[in-house]
Design a protein. Structure first.
Length: 243
């Protein structure tokens, strides 16, 4: 705000060292009577519930703007709607609501602020927008396809995260191995490939807690015998020959 030439004032329950040229005022009423833009940044506590209501909106300067990016229960929404419709406030931006939108779609979210002049409402959870929901669907589908086709677990939450590009230097074959995170596992796995005279072109291992996951690219296709030997290793949980 200061970069745009605005003077910043703030109020807090405790004295705080100001940032930049901001100036702390003694009371909320003092702030409301001076500010052209009032922004809320408070937690949802019993003492902040309905902190801004009819009285506080009346104390604001005529033509001021109100922004709430804190918590929905800190503002009396009907009072804000009335201040906007009467023209006392010139506009508002609201990112939080007493009852957050559950999902997207027509007529699935009701608020007294709908239809108010110069009012912008956004969902507190950024992923709840229609655009974000579409992107999330695309991202999940893409991640699943990459897991199926390449063995990638990029973005995994409760599983080792491994993402290895397909080797382009000659024809390779890929094996995926899930195993218990124990000493000596990789030595045993690599011995199986060595016995099969398979050269390992590239390999990527990662572990998470008690589970390990490794992608192995070799120069020869893993036979059913190699798969059987890998699966028979004591620490191996699952083997998949990808291609």
């Amino acid at each position: 705000a200061e970069a745009m030439g605005m003077q910043v004032i703030y109020v807090d329950v405790v004295p705080k060292l100001p940032m930049g040229n901001a100036r702390q005022v003694a009371t909320l009423a003092e702030l409301l009577g001076q500010a052209d833009f009032v922004t809320m940044h408070v937690p949802n506590l019993p003492q902040t519930r309905n902190m801004i209501g009819p009285k506080e909106f009346a104390q604001m300067r005529k033509g001021a703007f109100f922004l709430n990016a804190s918590r929905g229960n800190t503002v009396v929404i009907p009072a804000l709607a009335e201040a906007l419709k009467s023209g006392h406030l010139r506009g508002a931006y609201v990112d939080v609501f007493p009852v957050e939108p559950g999902k997207n779609g027509e007529n699935l979210f009701e608020s007294e602020l709908r239809g108010c002049p110069n009012t912008l409402m956004t969902p507190h959870v950024g992923g709840s927008t229609e655009e974000a929901q579409a992107k999330i669907g695309e991202e999940v589908a893409s991640a699943l396809l990459k897991c199926v086709n390449e063995g990638s677990t990029h973005g995994a939450v409760n599983f080792p995260e491994v993402d290895m590009k397909i080797c382009t230097s000659g024809k390779t074959h890929r094996v995926l191995i899930i195993h218990r995170n124990k000493p000596g596992v990789m030595a045993a796995v690599n011995s199986v490939f060595t016995d099969a005279k398979a050269n390992i072109c590239q390999q990527f291992l990662n572990t998470k807690d008690e589970i390990g996951y490794v992608i192995v690219d070799t120069n020869v296709e893993a036979s059913s015998e190699v798969k059987t030997k890998l699966a028979a290793l004591d620490a191996v949980i699952k083997v998949r020959v990808l291609f």
